[in-house]
Every structure is written in structure tokens, then in C-alpha cells.
Design a protein around this ligand. Structure first.
Ligand code: 2YC
Ligand code: MG
Length: 259
């Protein structure tokens, strides 16, 4: 799985503000309002304990400070533990954290100690980015294209199928496509059909996954993917709105998901 780099998180605040204003413009709703509707609750005064984890590739220099910034920007009290790993876990609980945030190279989780709720970043990210794509005000139809059926893409495709959208998907892995067709009733996107979409949810760790033939004249691309799947020239040639941000949107969804 692709790991964040410190550069990805540079000027997180500016990246977030830009994507938040795009979300409001293209969906008519604020990100926090979308999360409130999705998960049915508003954030309260939960205290967030953030634990640096040294496993695998180890600490990403500005990862936990970015999580603290996000929690505080959402109006929550947060703290980063002095210790890492198990000692940090112990410290967070001892110091009254209601929600724990921690990530190794395979899973990034939020765990609410008060109600037991648990969510992964890839589930919460898939759900919120696919939800944003599905709320495109200028959408020409209810058909939506999901590019990538990995852990994030599948979670988003599942969410859209459950909401009754007409979901088409593409992924180089035939097994992923078969699983999505069998379990979610999703249709395979075939280039030959020349179907054009005005709502695209892209969840791959590759560039240039979105081609001209896929998108309608007016289109919203919603993606947590790094690098961006939308080629510059395609974004310029068509009137494409892009919601793309490395961490804030996904973490906001995680926190609303566990309250
Ligand atoms: O600083 C730390 O505590 C590190 N152990 C954090 C490692 C995060 C690795 N995961 C990722 O970079 C991506 C993120 C987009 C969230 C999920 N995977
Ligand atoms: Mg994100």
C-alpha cells in the first residue's frame, strides 16, 4: 500500500481549505454536514489520543502532528503521546483519550474506547470520497464510475451500491472485478461501450488512470489517490472539478464514523 511522505502533508491546511471549498461548490454541502448525514451524529467533546507507531517504515515526521491539526480543526481536544507504540497506547488511555488514532504501514485505525466503535482509514476514506462523488450537483445521470477496487475503492463501491447508484467499475485485477460483480452487483466498465461519466471516484495509487473516453463534458473526480489519477491535459480540456486531498477528508470521515 502506498505510504504518505512528509511532502504529501506539506501545507495540509491550504490543501484542505481548497478541497473543502470545492466540496461545497460541487455538492452544495459542507464536508462536516455530509459526515453528519452519513453517520447520523455530530462530533461532541471527544478527546483524541494520537499515538506514534514505529513499526515497519516507522515514523512519518509530520503524520501525527497532521492528525492533531485535523482533530483541533474539527473542534476536538487532541494530544500526541510522548511515548510511541505500547507505551504510547498506555499513556493515551491513562491520560483520558476517548478516541485513539494510530497507524502502522498496513492499517490506520480510529478506536472509540467509550462505545467500542472501530474504523480503518481505507473504509472511511472509500465511503467519504465516493459519497462526495455521488453528490455532484451537475451530474448528468446516476451512473458513477469507480476506478480501482482495492481496499479503498471496494469500500466506496460498496457504499454507492448500497445507496442504489448505477455503479460501473474498472480494475486490472479480474478477481476484484468478479468479487464486486458477485457481491455488489457492480457492472464492469468497458471502454468499447464509450459510456461517459459525470461522477468518478478514483482510488488507485497510479497516475493517468482517467482517460478522455471515460468522462462527460462536465465531471467531478473525487479521489484520495496519490498521485492524482487525472492527467493535467484532460482536466484542462474538459470542465472537470477535482476533490483531492491527502489526509484531512479521510480522517474527518474516520472520526465521525466512530462517535
Ligand atoms: O508516524 C507514524 O506513526 C507512522 N507509523 C504512520 C504510518 C502511516 C502509513 N500509512 C499511510 O501513509 C497511508 C495513509 C494515507 C493512511 C493510510 N495509509
Ligand atoms: Mg483524505
Amino acid at each position: 500500500m502506498a505510504l504518505l511522505t512528509p511532502e504529501d502533508l506539506d501545507n495540509l491546511s491550504a490543501q484542505f481549505e481548497e478541497s473543502e471549498s470545492t466540496i461545497e461548490r460541487v455538492t452544495g454541502s459542507k464536508l462536516t454536514d455530509i459526515c453528519k448525514e452519513l453517520y447520523g451524529k455530530d462530533l461532541g467533546s471527544e478527546k483524541v489520543g494520537i499515538i506514534p507507531i514505529t513499526a515497519g517504515n516507522g515514523i512519518i515526521s509530520n503524520f501525527t502532528s497532521s492528525l492533531l491539526f485535523i482533530a483541533q480543526r474539527l473542534g476536538l481536544e487532541g494530544f500526541i503521546t510522548q511515548h510511541t507504540d505500547v507505551a504510547g497506547y498506555y499513556e493515551a488511555i491513562r491520560d483520558g483519550a476517548d478516541i485513539l488514532l494510530m497507524a502502522d504501514d498496513h492499517l490506520f485505525i480510529a478506536h472509540n474506547l467509550r462505545n467500542g466503535k472501530l474504523v480503518t482509514n481505507h473504509e472511511a476514506t472509500g465511503i467519504i470520497y465516493s459519497e462526495i462523488a455521488s453528490r455532484f450537483k451537475d451530474a448528468a445521470s446516476s451512473e458513477i464510475l469507480v476506478i480501482g477496487l482495492g481496499r479503498v475503492g471496494y469500500a466506496g463501491a460498496k457504499h454507492l451500491a448500497e445507496k442504489g447508484f448505477d455503479v460501473y467499475a474498472c480494475d486490472p485485477n479480474r478477481d476484484f472485478l468478479d468479487k464486486a460483480a458477485d457481491e455488489l452487483g457492480i457492472k464492469e466498465y468497458c471502454k468499447e461501450d464509450r459510456k461517459k461519466f459525470s461522477m468518478v471516484f478514483e482510488a488507485t495509487p497510479n497516475a493517468n488512470t482517467i482517460t478522455e473516453g471515460m468522462i462527460a463534458e462536465r465531471c467531478l473526480v473525487s479521489t484520495p489517490g496519490i498521485p492524482c489519477g487525472l492527467p493535467q491535459e484532460v482536466g484542462r480540456k474538459y470542465r472537470v472539478d477535482l476533490v483531492m486531498e491527502p489526509l484531512f477528508i479521510g480522517v474527518t470521515s474516520m472520526l465521525y464514523s466512530v462517535i
